[in-house]
Design a protein around this ligand. Structure first.
Ligand code: FMN
Length: 159
């Protein structure tokens, strides 16, 4: 039986909402990626904070233990797009887990620009079997039927 973990970071709830839909469909377990620091509620201020961390390679620590991935065959990593790529807490997660030999995929929510995301996630998944992720712009996350269709298509690409 293919055991699936969804690891998700969500600052304002969008990615968590999607995580819960996928969790139900795949009967997956859910792990929340929680940074030790809080980012500003204002998007542009949060973006300044995130950029400073990116520039200094000072990605946030995470609260609690990382999940034990040994029991999972598939790991799906979810979160928001920050600066067209992974949100900083998701970077911390990817840098600290061993995904070697697992099937890995991802989903991400954003407004309209995610140009670097899929490649960056693929790079962080080195040694894993990376399945192209699920890109969810606002034009899709604002429409329940479109979300459902996109998720169902993507699930078919997983083993
Ligand atoms: C720091 C920061 C940077 C962001 N950068 C982008 C971006 O580059 N492209 C984009 O389309 N949306 C960007 N957004 C918008 C978020 O990706 C979008 O609101 C997302 O759905 C939030 O997900 P969440 O509620 O799970 O945190 C950014 C938001 C924040 C807070």
């Amino acid at each position: 039986m293919n055991k699936i973990l969804i690891a998700v970071y969500s600052q304002s709830g969008q990615s968590m909402r999607i995580a819960n839909i996928i969790k139900e469909k795949l009967q997956a377990d859910l792990y929340e990626i929680k940074p030790k620091r809080k980012y500003n509620d204002d998007m542009w201020k949060a973006w300044d904070e995130a950029q400073e961390e990116m520039a200094t390679n000072a990605y946030p620590g995470l609260i609690g233990e990382l999940p034990d991935l040994q029991e999972y065959d598939t790991v799906i990593v979810g979160g928001p797009v920050w600066g067209m790529t992974l949100a900083n807490p998701v970077v911390t997660f990817m840098r600290n887990v061993d995904l070697m030999g697992k099937q890995v995929s991802a989903f991400w929510t954003f407004y309209d620009h995610d140009e670097k995301y899929d490649n960056a996630m693929k790079d962080y998944s080195m040694g894993a079997d990376y399945v192209r992720g699920l890109s969810l712009p606002r034009s899709i996350t604002g429409n329940a039927k479109k979300i459902e269709d996109k998720i169902n298509q993507w699930i078919k690409t997983l083993n």
